[in-house]
Design a protein around this ligand. Structure first.
Ligand code: ATP
Length: 279
């Protein structure tokens, strides 16, 4: 079933995120469309680009994001100044908001949604049995040293069955969809998941977590609580090379991951520079 645009428009007309929906059936990627909209006069911050399918969906560091048509949520959210959350905390706000939206839409998932640093959306009981149901891609554009706009790309697997999901990668949580996970949990006879309701919940949760009322310390605390990476033994990769290994000890207020090796030395990593894999 396709997304219900009338329902979306009606439910989100008063929301700071999703008041304007730019809907497409198939596009190469929603990300460049959102960047282009940002350059057009009259575009409002909080505009959401959504597609049923992408022919060239993007992950981090030029990786591919794959989803069959009408099975996932594929959205890019445009944020323009004033943006109330500092740019280094935006990945926290978006990650926490997306995890909270999934939990609030599907009560069967309460306590089962976490994050892999920096921003993979996981389901499971914890890192040991986690599966990846979504990914978040943050792209900021600057103009003369000032933040011009940010696009937050969010992909959430909703209906896919196992054969429709990409192959697992070594050291990374295997891909799953919300449907697949719930079926495994014994909720297979539940009513079909509603992507439109999930998108409404996502926009409302983003609006809440990006509002001027949000407190930076509170955001960091909520992100820490969701980050199943913390406490794990991990390898840090730059492209295909391991650059550091140790225990993921903490994250700091700038979103950097602190990893302590066996000799007790700590190093901090920026999300843009490295990928985390289980040791
Ligand atoms: P990192 O830890 O650096 O984020 P990553 O492998 O999770 O690494 P992402 O950019 O978050 O990278 O996601 C892209 C990768 O996720 C792809 O290389 C593929 O392995 C996997 N992938 C692609 N599409 C999906 C999907 N629909 N669901 C889950 N995983 C996917």
């Amino acid at each position: 079933m396709l997304l219900d645009l009338r329902r979306l428009t009606h439910a989100l007309s008063d929301c700071t995120i999703g008041h304007t929906i730019d809907y497409h059936e198939t596009v190469p990627s929603t990300m460049p469309i959102a960047h282009d909209l940002a350059r057009q006069p009259g575009t409002r911050s909080g505009t959401v680009v959504v597609a049923e399918a992408q022919t060239a969906g993007r992950g981090r560091q030029s990786r591919r994001w794959e989803a069959p048509p009408a099975q996932a949520l594929l959205v890019s959210v445009l944020l323009q100044p004033p943006i109330y959350v500092p740019v280094e905390q935006l990945p926290m706000a978006v990650g926490v908001a997306a995890a909270a939206a999934i939990e609030s839409s599907l009560p069967g998932l309460t306590g089962h949604v976490g994050l892999k640093w920096p921003n993979d959306l996981l389901v499971g009981a914890g890192m040991a049995d986690a599966a990846k149901v979504g990914g978040i891609l943050m792209e900021a554009r600057f103009d003369g040293g000032h933040l011009a706009h940010v696009v937050a790309g969010i992909g959430i697997n909703v209906h896919q069955r196992l054969p429709d999901l990409p192959a697992p990668q070594p050291g990374a949580p295997p891909p799953a969809s919300l449907h697949h996970f719930l079926e495994q949990q014994g909720h297979g006879n539940a009513p079909p998941l509603d992507r439109t309701a999930l998108l409404i919940a996502l926009c409302r949760s983003l609006a809440l977590h990006l509002s001027p009322a949000i407190n930076g310390n509170e955001l960091l605390t909520r992100w820490r609580q969701r980050l199943w990476t913390l406490g794990e033994h991990v390898c840090l990769y730059e492209r295909d090379n391991v650059v550091w290994a140790g225990r993921a000890a903490d994250v700091n207020a700038d979103g950097q991951l602190v990893v302590v090796n066996d000799a007790g030395e700590a190093r901090r990593f920026l999300a843009g520079d490295v990928s985390v894999r289980s040791a």
